[in-house]
Design a protein around this ligand. Structure first.
Ligand code: FAD
Length: 464
């Protein structure tokens, strides 16, 4: 059996693992990364990137569809457009493939050795990899577990036939006529809205009283309104129960505890993701767990010396940029640098229509810490939003009442994902309301809404 040794071994080349390996390589650490699938992990292959590609295509299709028949207020008219989903998916696959090569190239450039195969721990310093050409034993001083997450399967709706996960939804070659989405979280709504724009009749079945229940109702209101405008039926307080005998409908228990059938060609189950903690020899090492996740400290150290864990396998929020930030930090720690990270400003973006951004504390969390000032500026009063026909939404800034330190920023609106960088920077730099209010924002931009929200919190907004 082939045996190699290295200073650092990273298991999993998702955004957490590949960033960790690249940074370690840049710092001169002798690094090996093992990946069973393609470079980029969930995010690049079956998550962030492919979903945003489909969402973009769906948006474009919806835009031109609205222009058909000469009714667009923009004065543009087109003949009825058509969508060839197989071509859309091929375009999306092309982007993924270019980025796969990009990640592989970056690993190579940083001097990282990539081993393709499934890794299994043999002991705390040794991992066996099943490669195409046989087993390989890798001995490492330090090991980083970055095995990520996988879709949760419901026992009464197992994946197969019409029941699909987000992974299969991103590879469909035809738009389903009727799509049932089980789970009204961000993945279900992002994909459900995209398929509705492509022409599917979509029904969302959500067990909780609201969709996107982790956000406050004020923030999600424009999204809920848009779901209705797209003709998406949302069943809340409703529980998916199984598949009809013929396999052509989802069985549901409604809010009033009655049985209902939702006709569907495809049933997309998006009820969450679970950490990948099986199949790689967790039982061979003695790691403390925190529920189903690997327990780590603030520096991503596990309970075993020389083993770190990063990304989705370590818990919420399961986001690519969190995994990347952890990966970069761990690489620097392994290289001997003093590093920590500030979790407070991790932004979360939901690419629904309109988009949602949150960074820092929610108004409720901030209020629990003391008196606050809140400023909300609606896009209905923002010229740029009007010119983009995106008036529904707002920016909201939450700050301490005594010293005006900004604690949290939220926004909902067309394209607000791009504001997340400014929000994160403000929180990271410890901005006060006066800092945001005093920053000259370019006109006309939606960013002016951020400045105005801060001004509003200070009591002197200029445009409302
Ligand atoms: P992963 O990306 O899951 O990568 C883990 C890798 O490890 C995989 O490639 C796997 O093959 C490999 N692996 C596992 N075990 C082994 C083993 N034993 N041996 C070898 N290799 C192994 N996040 C965002 O921030 N923004 C978004 O817009 C967004 N959209 C999403 C949309 C969808 C549809 C989905 C499903 C997810 C989305 N996410 C998004 C979440 C994001 O994809 C994850 O948070 C992120 O990929 C986690 O990174 P990771 O490095 O922890 O693990």
């Amino acid at each position: 059996m082939k045996e190699i040794s290295c200073k650092l071994l990273v298991i999993g080349a998702g955004p957490g693992g590949y960033i960790c390996a690249i940074r370690a390589g840049q710092l001169g650490v002798d690094t090996v990364i093992v990946e069973a699938g393609k470079p980029g992990g969930t995010c690049l292959n079956v998550g962030c990137i492919p979903s945003k590609a489909l969402i973009h295509a769906a948006e474009e299709f919806e835009k031109v569809s609205h222009m058909a028949g000469g009714k667009s207020p923009l004065g543009i008219s087109v003949t009825a457009p058509a969508l060839d989903l197989a071509r859309t998916v091929a375009w999306k696959d092309g982007i993924v493939s270019r980025l796969n090569s990009g990640v592989a190239g970056l690993l190579k450039k940083a001097g990282v050795k990539t081993v393709q195969g499934w890794a299994t721990f043999r002991d705390g310093k040794t991992v066996e990899v099943e490669t195409e050409t046989g087993s390989q034993m890798i001995h490492a001083e330090t090991i980083v577990i970055a095995t990520g997450s996988a879709p949760v399967e419901l026992p009464f709706l197992p994946f197969g036939g019409p029941v699909i996960s987000s992974t299969q939804a991103l590879a469909l070659s035809e738009v389903p006529r009727k799509l049932a989405v089980v789970g009204g979280g961000y993945i279900g709504l992002e994909l459900g809205m995209a398929f509705a724009k492509m022409g599917a009749k979509v029904t969302v079945v959500e067990a909780l009283p609201r969709v996107l229940a982790q956000y406050d109702a004020e923030l999600t209101r424009p999204v809920v309104k848009r779901l209705a405008a797209l003709g998406i039926e949302v069943m809340t307080d409703a529980k998916a129960k199984g598949l009809s005998t013929k396999g052509d409908a989802l069985l549901v228990e409604t809010a009033d505890r009655k049985s209902a059938k939702v006709a569907a060609d495809k049933i997309l189950v998006t009820v969450g993701r679970k950490p990948v903690t099986e199949g790689w020899g967790l039982d061979q090492i003695d790691l403390d767990m925190s529920g189903k996740f690997i327990k780590v400290d603030d520096q991503c150290r596990t309970s075993m010396r020389g083993i770190f864990a990063i990304g989705d396998v370590t818990g919420e929020p399961m986001l690519a940029h969190r995994a990347m930030a952890q990966g970069e930090m761990v690489a620097e720690i392994v290289a001997g640098h003093k590093r920590g990270w500030d979790k407070r400003s991790i932004p979360a973006v939901c690419f629904t229509d309109p988009e949602l951004v949150t960074s820092g504390l929610s108004p409720e969390e901030a209020k629990a810490q003391g008196e606050v000032k809140i400023g909300l500026f609606p896009f209905a009063a923002n010229g740029r939003a009007m010119t983009k026909m995106g008036e529904d939404g707002f920016v909201r800034v939450v700050a301490r009442a005594d010293n005006h330190l900004v604690l949290g920023i939220q926004a909902v609106g067309q394209g607000v994902s791009e504001l997340s960088a400014a929000f994160g920077l403000a929180l990271e730099m410890g901005a006060r309301l006066e800092d945001i209010a005093g920053t000259i924002h370019a006109h006309p931009t939606q960013g002016e809404g951020f400045q105005e929200a801060a001004l509003k919190a200070l009591g002197h907004a200029l445009h409302i």
